[in-house]
Ligand binder design. Sequence first.
Ligand SMILES: Cc1cc2nc3c(=O)[nH]c(=O)nc-3n(C[C@H](O)[C@H](O)[C@H](O)COP(=O)(O)OP(=O)(O)OC[C@H]3O[C@@H](n4cnc5c(N)ncnc54)[C@H](O)[C@@H]3O)c2cc1C
Length: 457
Amino acid sequence: MHIIVIGCGLAGLTVAISLAKAGHKVSIVESAPSIQYIGAGIQISPNSSLILRRLGVDKYIQKYCTTPIDLRMMRYANGQTLVQVPLKEPAENEYHSPYWHIHRADLHRGLLQAAEELGCEVHLDSRVTSIDPSTPSLTTKDNKTYTSDLIVASDGLHSMARTVVLGNPSLPVPTGQMVYRVTLPASALEGIPELEEIITIPRNNHWLGPNGTVLSYLLDGGGRGTLINFVFTCDVEGWMPDGVMQRPGDLATVRKRFKDWDPRLNRMLEHIGDVLEWRLFTHKEAPTWVHPEGKVCLIGDSAHAMTPYLAQGAAMGIEDAAILGGLLEKFPSPSDLPSTLKMYDKLRIKRTAIVATHSVDSRWFTQMEDGPKQQDRDEYMLAHPGIQKGHRNIRSDQDFLDWLFGYDAFEELERFLKNGDNGEKRVNMINGTNGVSELNQVNGQTDVNRYKGLGVV
Ligand SMILES: Cc1cc2nc3c(=O)[nH]c(=O)nc-3n(C[C@H](O)[C@H](O)[C@H](O)COP(=O)(O)OP(=O)(O)OC[C@H]3O[C@@H](n4cnc5c(N)ncnc54)[C@H](O)[C@@H]3O)c2cc1C
């Protein structure tokens, strides 16, 4: 088949690779006039590293990856460790694929190189302005029309294809939170004794505070030595124009907002030059990712943009890519598309909805205001180290981690094709496991509205 992918982001490139490997001819149309390698670090959990390795992308990116030993959750005010959750050891021994940290630029560049070497054509400066879902075909801003057997839309959070597929607008929903992102050379923090451990030991450091968190981890900076990546998450302050995804942030504001946090963070903030500011959005769960005519489908953030509190947005897009590529390898004929894409919906929507829901729950768990609930949380975590079944902290809950990180998209597809099991048993198993995260189902869909009024969807 000839398949057009809209969007050259992480999900778009991964699906292009997966489809090319499945034997299809792939063209990618991207609105940007050049590929911008922007952003900071990204976490790649075992469920997605397994796919990238199976698709051969590790050849291009592994050399840029660092491997955190654990996730360390700390009290914001003094850096007291509340719980340490191993990452490296279970990733390697239980989930059989590494947990990586990588600079987004290195991941993006590696994916692009892999896609191009597989023969995917990339058309830059080609913003899609309309889609005809019957042919299917699309038209770009310069009035060029491209026709194919299938269109896979990976046009991100502000997707125009989402409206075409759903038949009505389904706009991004603000979460009320924002992030400031920073990367700086670890060498800038050398010689400060209290920071030595943070800039040398690869781990995922997570400070939990009232209505905010700070995350830091190390990145391989190639020729530039080790980099340290920070994500400061807090409630939205100030206005940002619609459609602007990111812009330079104000360092003085970051320092002011985090001045009562761990003194080590304040030491680090003295050395930071530039910050980037992002608003956090999510999507309401879509009832389908496939247009009724069965020739256009969504993938990645255009299908399921979610909050980043579990660091799983791109991972879900990478899983989508593996499943879609796998299905279209088994059923390569255009006449099978409507039924094949139904399977894609069935295999993917529920899982991503559960991850999105747990991601929001994770926000509440990690961002409690000081008070009795927070004290109870902290005492519980101090008394329950590491990973345990039924742990209240979802990042420590054995069942949830097995379900999330232990997901092998290729095996899942085989199991589904053999006996129709789309993981519902495992889905049911994790509902409500940690006492915080129970799925609120309305007519078979996750009820995102339950977060309304709390200002968080
Ligand atoms: C603060 C933060 C931290 C995160 N951390 C993690 C993490 O650690 N791990 C993780 O797995 N995920 C993480 N995520 C989520 C992750 O960044 C996203 O899920 C992922 O980048 C989405 O990729 P995508 O390809 O679906 O969309 P995008 O990256 O948005 O790509 C969409 C592409 O489509 C193009 N496009 C848009 N419209 C058109 C059009 N009309 N015509 C042609 N092209 C078009 C755009 O130019 C763009 O290139 C994080 C998100 C945030 C905000």
